[in-house]
Design a binder for this molecule. Structure first.
Ligand SMILES: [Zn+2]
Length: 128
């Protein structure tokens, strides 16, 4: 039997700041920044596993995006990957790590039940 290694990290534009008693704070203390730490951790694991450098291109494939549930793709790199799925406006993104595979899903105003899974493919850059 093999054990499945599974982690999830999420970011949301909703403020998650709390007072010590657990009630929401009246102002935001940049919680989006600390939410991103978990995402950076998963992306870092994926980068290490696949030996990804800053010269490599990452192809993002997405399905079920926007109000029309469109498919699409986008190229990015390892430095921009953490923000590549962000939208203008409010959203939530969950990143999943399962046995070395990185995927993600997004929720937003036009994506109330979430997008399909985003997948990420590394295209190695030229070595020179
Ligand atoms: Zn906050």
């Amino acid at each position: 039997m093999t054990t499945t290694e599974k982690y999830t990290a999420s970011v949301t534009t909703d403020c998650l700041c709390e007072n010590e008693d657990g009630t929401p704070t009246s102002e935001c203390f940049d919680c989006y920044e600390w939410q991103k730490d978990g995402v950076f951790e998963l992306i870092g694991m994926w980068q290490t596993l696949n030996d990804i450098t800053e010269d490599d291109t990452i192809l993002i494939n997405g399905t079920g995006m926007g109000w029309a549930k469109q498919d699409g793709y986008k190229y990015t790199n390892i430095l921009e990957l953490h923000g590549a799925l962000a939208l203008d406006g409010d959203f939530k993104i969950e990143w999943y790590w399962e046995d070395g595979e990185l995927t993600a899903r997004r929720w937003s105003h036009d994506e109330p039940v979430g997008t399909g899974l985003f997948t990420f493919t590394v295209m190695k850059g030229e070595e020179d």
